[in-house]
Design a protein around this ligand. Structure first.
Ligand code: ADP
Ligand code: MG
Length: 876
């Protein structure tokens, strides 16, 4: 484990204006903010591996910060050096330098070649590339036509930019010339802060391959020596900027936004990495092209140094603090660095060795310098040819990818349609109609044809990679948590999206992963879908093989295309049917909804009536109370003696009755206000009714008893009789009263009986009403829920309907684009085959030229020095 080396560099101030409040002070490896009169501001002091003040030169920065990384790259370690900081703080100055003080890139290039010269026991092959990330798109600075390049990843090559031009170089001057030519293509722009502000991130990349020189055998083709491959990235980032300060608008503003966004992602990655291995979690490398390309350098297999440049002016204090915080976090990152040794054909050095050795043999006797130049040219030609092949391969892969995506889209659509139809078919509306089973059959058929599509020749053949096919000691970063482990049955190239899906837990369809066009012939498993003549996919460089591939692609693509069109047509038919069905069900649902709404309004009216019942009961209770009071007052008028037991009984009965009526009144008024209390107190009323009933009974009984002749009564009667005997008229009156009283009593009894009956009836009515009310309430709730559910279903159905319609349109569009793409690809294949043939012709003629030249040279040499023997080997 190795920490990232972080340094800070303060550029000279632009203006000589004295600071008003604060200034940055550099002491040894520390930078701190001080007040003008000298006191340091606490908490704003930072220590780094190196802190360079404004007087520091690029030479010193290189010496202390980058040199080790460059030397390690020559030894086979990946290395990355990048400059980070706000705009106009000196990043480009540090990386590119000036005429008098060349920057890190210039010095690194010179240093690498000087170092190689000193290593006599290894042979080296160096190739360079130069790219920029402008508005989140990767452009090739060596070849303007290579724009919007894509990032890919393979086990062999790790993360790489497909189609990026690489030049094999043999000396520093050649590299510097190439860089100058690349600089011309770089995006610069004028802002308020920098007249030549870098509007893109640039990555200058050197791939250094080396292997031990063969000692005994000159042409040991079968040598299995490990080849070291180191990738060195020298990165000049675009500066973060505040739109207000840079005065950016229009194009500049758009650039600024892209720059800030990718720097923010870089900051996020650094933050996560600085958390330490345990808390890290997912590192968002894929959020920007910059972090994706620099992934191995950030927390991976690379020696990394960061130089953070600062603008010392007081106006930039906030940006400076931000940069220092970024640097502090970066300091905590550790990388796991290893020498990258590989034993496979992945190393260009290895691949070209055979051809070169052959040439060397042929050119034996030529002048060494001429020989080297011829070899270099040939190497570059071979590399270009390889890159071109790779580009075409990528295009084919893109094509396959779009094919896959479309298949997936159709599958998803199918799934959605199935999802849509499931809840509907399972509902009561249209159970198991014959049409459904027909459609199901059609769906299955489509699924089958999908399987056939997957089983086509574009599918990854199920080959088991030879266990030692890639004995790779490098690229440990591919084992980092951000990556999903790759089964060995997978191809060793997975495009960005596939990887992304895999890393996000998407269960990858193994068949949809693409096979890396192998360098050796791979056998496809025999399948019905694979034409027997195409079992062996031609992948070698020969023209015959290429023709075969082309023919195969053409035949297969047109056949496949027809199948797909038919398949899509069927899909469309299903989708249309589904849509019609949905529309019909939608109409049905609307009708049902109306009916339900009617029913709901009826129930609501009924509920209203039920709610009025307590009110009506209350009214009848009031009426009863009046009658009761009348009766009581009459009874009381008959009871003259207030002390008698009858009077007491009547008054207690009156009290009970009044309490009962009061309770009833409050109860009903409460019931009118609140339904729940209406039901709750019912038992209490019944109890009170019972008490009243008993009391009334006992009153009546006692009253009746008072009518039967007791001793007292007998005496009274006797008295009366005596009075009667006296012929008093009062007796007749008394008898009349008695009769009246008994009549009244009977009436009261009847009324009381009637009242009891009415009360009973009311109670029963109350119970029934309550039950009815309850059931209606539940029914109402259920209907309400049903209605809501239906509403939801209807809106969901309409949404899905719209979605299906959209998808249908998209599929049609895709189909058209696909047809167009296929045409284009066929055209390109034609062109490529022509170009390939001409290239092959030129190569053959070139080889013949070289041959004849060699012959000539040899003849000349033999003529001029006839007696000296020809040297055995040149540089082998
Ligand atoms: P950036 O790339 O960070 O936007 P530049 O490297 O373009 O900034 O620097 C802006 C200006 O400051 C340039 O004119 C550059 O020459 C000058 N400059 C930056 N750093 C230094 C330095 N250390 N010494 C001298 N001049 C510098
Ligand atoms: Mg710059």
């Amino acid at each position: 484990m190795e920490k990232i080396c972080v340094a800070v560099r303060v550029r000279p101030p632009v203006s000589s204006e004295p600071s008003n409040g604060t200034y940055w002070k550099v002491e040894d490896n520390r930078i701190s903010l001080h007040k003008v009169h000298g006191t340091p501001i606490s908490a704003l002091s930072y220590a780094f591996d190196h802190v360079f003040d404004e007087s520091c030169t690029n030479a010193r920065v290189y010496e202390l910060l980058t040199k080790d990384i460059i030397h390690a790259a020559v030894e086979g370690f990946n290395g990355t050096a990048f400059a980070y900081g706000q705009t106009s703080s000196g990043k480009t100055f540090t990386m590119n330098g000036s005429e008098t003080d060349p920057g890190i890139i210039h010095r690194a290039v010179k240093d690498i070649f000087a170092k190689i010269q000193m290593i006599s026991d290894r042979e080296f092959l160096i190739r360079v590339s130069y790219m920029e990330i402008y508005n989140e798109e990767i452009n090739d600075l060596f070849a303007v036509e290579n724009q919007k390049l894509q990032i890919h990843e393979s086990l062999e090559r790790g993360i790489f930019v497909a189609g990026l031009r690489e030049e094999i170089v043999s000396n520093a001057e050649q590299v510097l010339k190439l860089i100058d030519s690349g600089e011309v293509n770089r995006h610069f722009g004028e802002t308020n802060m920098n007249v030549r502000s870098s509007r893109s991130h640039t990555i200058f990349r050197m791939v250094i391959e080396s292997k031990a020189k063969d000692t005994d055998s000159v042409c040991d083709h079968l040598s299995t020596d490990a080849i070291r491959v180191a990738v060195l990235n020298l990165v000049d980032l675009a500066g973060s900027e505040r739109i207000a300060k840079t005065g950016a608008g229009g194009v500049r503003l758009k650039e600024g936004k892209h720059i800030n966004k990718s720097l923010m992602v870089l900051g996020n990655v650094i933050n996560k990495l600085s958390d330490g291995a345990k808390q890290r979690g997912h590192i968002p490398y894929r959020d920007s092209k910059l972090t994706r390309i620099l992934q191995p350098a950030l927390g991976g297999n690379a020696k990394t140094s960061i130089i953070c440049t600062l603008a010392p002016e007081e106006v930039h204090i906030e940006e400076t603090k931000g940069t220092l915080q970024f640097a502090s976090r970066a300091k905590r990152i550790t990388n796991c660095v290893q020498v990258n040794e590989i034993l496979t054909d992945a190393a260009l050095l290895k691949r070209q060795k055979l051809e070169i050795e052959e040439l060397r043999k042929k050119l034996q006797g030529s002048h060494a310098e001429v020989l080297e130049q011829v070899i270099l040219k040939l190497r570059n030609d071979l590399l270009k040819y390889e890159l071109e092949r790779e580009k075409l391969q990528m295009e084919l892969e893109e094509e396959r990818k779009s094919h896959r995506e479309r298949d997936q889209c159709i599958q998803e659509q199918q799934m959605k349609i199935v999802d849509l139809s499931n809840p509907l078919t399972s509902s009561d509306f249209d159970p198991n109609s014959g049409q459904d089973s027909e459609r199901q059959g059609l769906k299955e058929e489509c699924n089958d044809s999908n399987i056939i599509c997957h089983g086509d020749a574009f599918r990854t053949p199920c080959f088991k990679a030879a266990p030692k096919a890639f004995v790779v000691k490098r690229s440990d970063y591919s084992m980092l948590p951000d990556y999903s482990p790759l089964p060995d049955t997978f191809s060793n190239v997975a495009d960005e999206d596939t990887w992304l899906k895999m890393n996000k837990g998407y269960i990858a369809d193994l068949d949809s992963l693409q096979l890396t066009p192998a360098r050796k012939v791979q056998s496809f498993p025999s399948s019905d879908a694979t034409p027997p003549s195409l079992i062996n996919i031609p992948t070698t460089h020969g023209r015959e093989d290429f023709e075969q591939t082309r023919l195969w692609l053409k035949t297969y693509s047109s056949k496949n295309h027809k199948q797909e069109v038919q398949h899509l047509k069927r899909q469309l038919l299903i989708a249309t049917e589904e849509r019609n069905e949905l529309e019909r069900k939608h109409a049905e649902q609307i009708l049902l909804n109306h009916q339900l709404m009617d029913e709901i309004s009826k129930i609501q009216q009924e509920a209203k009536l039920i709610q009025e019942i307590p009110k009506r009961l209350g009214e009848s209770v009031e009426c009863c109370k009046d009658i009761y009071e009348d009766v009581l007052s009459i009874i009381q008028s008959f009871v003259s003696d207030e002390e008698s037991s009858t009077s007491k009984l009547v008054s207690s009965t009156s009290e009970i009755g009044i309490t009962l009526f009061k309770t009833l009144e409050t109860h009903f008024s409460m019931a009118m206000d609140d339904h729940s209390s209406f039901t709750g107190n019912n038992s209490l009323i019944q109890k009170q009714c019972k008490v009243l009933y008993e009391k009334l009974n006992s009153t009546i009984t006692s009253l009746v008893l008072s009518q039967t002749p007791t001793v007292e009564n007998k005496q009274l009667r006797a008295k009366r009789c005596s009075c009667e005997n006296k012929g008093c008229t009062q007796d007749g009156q008394t008898a009349c009263w008695e009769e009246e009283l008994s009549n009244e009593l009977n009436t009261i009894k009847e009324r009381c009986y009637g009242l009891e009956k009415e009360l009973d009836f009311n109670n029963q009515l109350l119970v029934v009403s309550k039950e009815r009310y309850d059931s209606l309430e539940t029914e109402f709730q259920l209907l309400k829920e049903d209605r809501d559910h239906l509403h939801q279903m209807v809106s969901e159905s309409s949404r899905k309907l719209a979605l299906v319609a959209d998808q249908k349109e998209n599929v049609l569009k895709d189909l058209n684009t696909e047809v167009q793409r296929r045409k284009n690809l066929e055209e390109e294949i034609k062109q490529f085959s022509a170009a390939f043939a001409s290239r092959q012709r030129s190569l053959v003629s070139f080889q013949n030229d070289v041959k004849s030249k060699c012959e000539k040279l040899r003849a000349q040499y033999l003529v001029s020095v006839p007696k000296r023997s020809v040297p055995k080997s040149l540089g082998c």
